[in-house]
Design a protein around this ligand. Structure first.
Ligand code: ZN
Length: 501
């Protein structure tokens, strides 16, 4: 009880106590500023801010410039706002060559590999009469099938649905593999543009890896029997009896930079200013992909321009009146490619990791019911600091009054949402960590995650909640303890699948 009273007093003091002269800094967190920044960062001009493209760099430079305007100091490498890090990339080489029935096919235009499989094939082609491989002699031969969807496939399959073409072709590949087929060639009618585009998005991207220690083995492509999609018109006619396919598919590996944007507001207490409250977001999203209803820019307004601009607003409030502890801001790059920026930062922190008293991460903070929000990391087994959780709950009571939806913090929840944002590497590294979010919605990872669908009033209240939590942490005499029993292990059922999946 006594603890509770002290805690409540700390929050009240931190949140309510205005510097008499300057007004309460929380009032500097304004919806109009947040809205202006949101519409800029999530605009079409940013092209969806995809890691591994120049667009992420453009967005990151924009964030750094706005952070500077907000009064934040650089805290990245070499006195800058930036911490660059290498993404390892591997993709099908543009020099890969496929010749079918004597016709040379152009990679990406005429032919698409389903996955990155290195292969060297020179084989006779066996055309299947339908979708079945029954009775076909496929040993050391290439199977050719024609895609003929039973009913017209429309885009109402949804942007996140696996392409029907791919589902169909992989099914045939699974049937052909035991028969010894060395390749599967799927002929795709030219009018199946949407299906083609859904498969094509992987080709220029390839797969991504991160090697934070510099000790991992490099990405290596597997060798196998490729599944190739070939555009019907590229064949220029029927396949001759006795036709052959010659496919030499190689992989390119290279590194491409991504970047964390790192800034700070030094604390005012000479003793505590070497400790940091970390505010965390990611600025990247999914870039330009296949169009849905004519829109091919996946703007990522909620995911995660919302928190990226929230951090700017929090920065304006804190720089107006610094806390006793310092505030650290990290906009992580390449989150969508596998939490790359946060995994890198935890291995290469620009302040000692032990000096970070808490990681307050936000991801998707502007959708769904205006009165409800979620705080992940608030319940076992995700909770690594009960004290931190209590501070955040008190701050919610003081400034935002959200009803907290705890159901997504349940280890049995099918989304495994706790495991899907940038607080995770910090929690694993022993930093008290929380994840502020307003959860998933139908526009998640689609071209419809646009700024005009964001509830900026709600986002402003989420921003104030993060700020008030951080303010209380910055002003308190002590720092939140880590639960020594904390052990993170994503729940799996007896078959090895994630719980609830
Ligand atoms: Zn996100």
């Amino acid at each position: 009880m006594r603890n509770t009273l002290i805690r409540a007093a700390v929050v009240a003091l931190a949140v309510g106590a205005a510097g008499a002269q300057a007004g309460n800094p929380i009032d500097r967190i304004r919806e109009a500023d947040i809205k202006r920044d949101l519409f800029a960062l999530a605009s079409d001009a940013m092209h969806g801010r995809e890691a591994g493209t120049i667009d992420e760099m453009t967005a990151s430079a924009w964030v750094a410039e706005r952070a500077r305007e907000a009064g934040l100091q650089p805290a990245g490498d070499n006195g800058t706002y930036f911490q660059f890090f290498p993404l390892e990339r591997m993709r099908v080489s543009a020099g890969s060559a496929v010749t079918l029935n004597g016709k040379a096919l152009q990679m990406g235009r005429d032919v698409l590999p389903d996955a990155l499989v290195v292969a060297d094939v020179d084989a006779a082609v066996v055309a299947a009469p339908g979708d079945s491989v029954d009775g076909l002699e496929l040993k050391d031969r290439a199977l050719l099938v024609r895609y003929a969807p039973a009913q017209p496939i429309t885009q109402d399959a949804g942007p996140r649905t696996v392409a029907a073409l791919r589902t169909w072709a992989r099914g045939i590949q699974r049937a052909a593999a035991p028969l010894g087929a060395v390749a599967v060639i799927a002929i795709v009618p030219d009018d199946q543009v949407d299906q083609w585009n859904r498969v094509a998005i992987a080709l220029p991207r390839g797969s991504y890896g991160l090697d934070p220690d510099g000790t991992g083995s490099p990405l290596r492509a597997t060798r196998g029997a490729p599944l190739l999609y070939v555009k019907a018109s590229a064949l220029g006619g029927a396949i001759d009896p006795g036709a052959r396919v010659v496919a030499r598919i190689t992989a390119d590996t290279f590194t491409y930079p991504s970047v964390n944007v790192v800034a700070k507001v030094p604390g005012r207490d000479p003793r505590l200013k070497d400790e940091y409250v970390l505010f965390s977001a990611h600025q990247d999203h999914d870039g330009v992909r296949f169009p849905v209803a004519g829109d091919d820019i996946w703007n990522g307004a909620d995911d995660n321009a919302t928190t990226a601009v929230a951090l700017l607003a929090i920065g304006r409030a804190i720089s107006a009146q610094p806390g006793r502890r310092s505030a650290l801001f990290v906009w992580h790059g390449a989150e969508e490619r596998g939490l790359m920026g946060s995994r890198w930062y935890v291995k290469h922190p620009t302040v000692p990791l032990t000096s970070i008293v808490a990681c307050l991460n936000g991801d998707m903070m502007g959708r769904n019911d205006p009165g409800t929000a979620a705080l992940l990391g608030a319940l076992p087994p995700h909770r690594n600091s009960p004290e931190l959780v209590q501070i955040a709950l008190d701050a919610n009571k003081a400034v935002s009054q959200f009803t907290i939806d705890s159901s997504w913090d349940d280890p049995q929840h099918r989304e495994g949402w706790y495991y899907r944002s940038d607080h995770l590497p910090y929690a694993r590294a022993g930093v008290p960590a929380l994840f502020f979010t307003t959860l998933l919605h139908a526009d998640y990872h689609t071209p419809f995650d646009n700024p005009d669908r964001i509830d900026t009033g709600k986002l402003t209240r989420m921003t104030r909640w993060m700020y008030a939590t951080g303010r209380a942490l910055a002003e308190a005499d002590g720092r939140p303890a880590v639960d020594p029993a904390f052990k993170l292990e994503r729940c799996r059922d007896s078959t090895g699948n994630y719980c609830g999946g």
